[in-house]
Design a protein around this ligand. Sequence first.
Ligand SMILES: C[S@@+](CC[C@H](N)C(=O)[O-])C[C@H]1O[C@@H](n2cnc3c(N)ncnc32)[C@H](O)[C@@H]1O
Length: 251
Amino acid sequence: MEKDMIVNGVNFNITNAELFKHSVEGIQKSIATPKSFFCSDNIISWNRNLSFMTDSSFMQLVQRHATSDIEMAIIWRTYVLCYFARLATHLPGDFLEVGAYQGNTANVIADWIDIESSDKKYWLYDAFEHTGIEANHALPGHSPELFEEVKKRFRNYKSIHVIKGHVPNSFSQGFPESIAFAHIDLNQAPAEVATLERVLPILTPGGIIVLDDYGWHGYRAQKEAEDPLLARFGLSALELPTGQGLVIKPL
Ligand SMILES: C[S@@+](CC[C@H](N)C(=O)[O-])C[C@H]1O[C@@H](n2cnc3c(N)ncnc32)[C@H](O)[C@@H]1O
């Protein structure tokens, strides 16, 4: 007999309710085989290969550059970034991260693609401190010393340029002529839109943008501001299960 069942406001008929039950049973089984189970960074998934978790070179790299548990928590996002960054090394243009914070993710990417043996520059931008008036929220690592600490972190990387200040104004201190890969992670819409206004016209064909906050409901204002801008350039973002938005400029 058909029955209705409401789960999180969604009306399931009996067929969907059976699917839901099947999924819950899948979770139960996966807990018994934890290698296929991932629960972190607002993702609960089961019955997955989680290939990155068995890639020892990737796991060691993330662990080497981690400064807190957060880097392990967001590891699926980092895996996505590393995959696309490596793909972008074959394209003309530089790399950039807008919203680099302590440089953890940039450090993993730089080593994953061996940036020093490439012809690329990697531009890192951040305010590095928080005065209380910014549209983005403060983070525990923000401080007047953070800029110097990040510069020190990358002192042996000739290709990495660390630029302090509020974007987009800080772009006047240095900005690439063409871009192969951009990671944009500012936790606020106005500066991200201003960044995209600069990035999109010089994105190389095949070039890749990863928008860290695009799929997060709490940062929905960013998606809403960015979708029309991307559309103006004939582009759109693919919302990934990690919450990232992936934009690839067609060749
Ligand atoms: C979530 S953190 C970035 C984390 C980093 N991408 C990582 O993966 O380790 C966001 C950063 O954006 C920076 N930010 C936000 N708005 C900014 C602006 N207008 N100019 C410069 N930096 C900004 C903040 O200072 C903060 O450090």
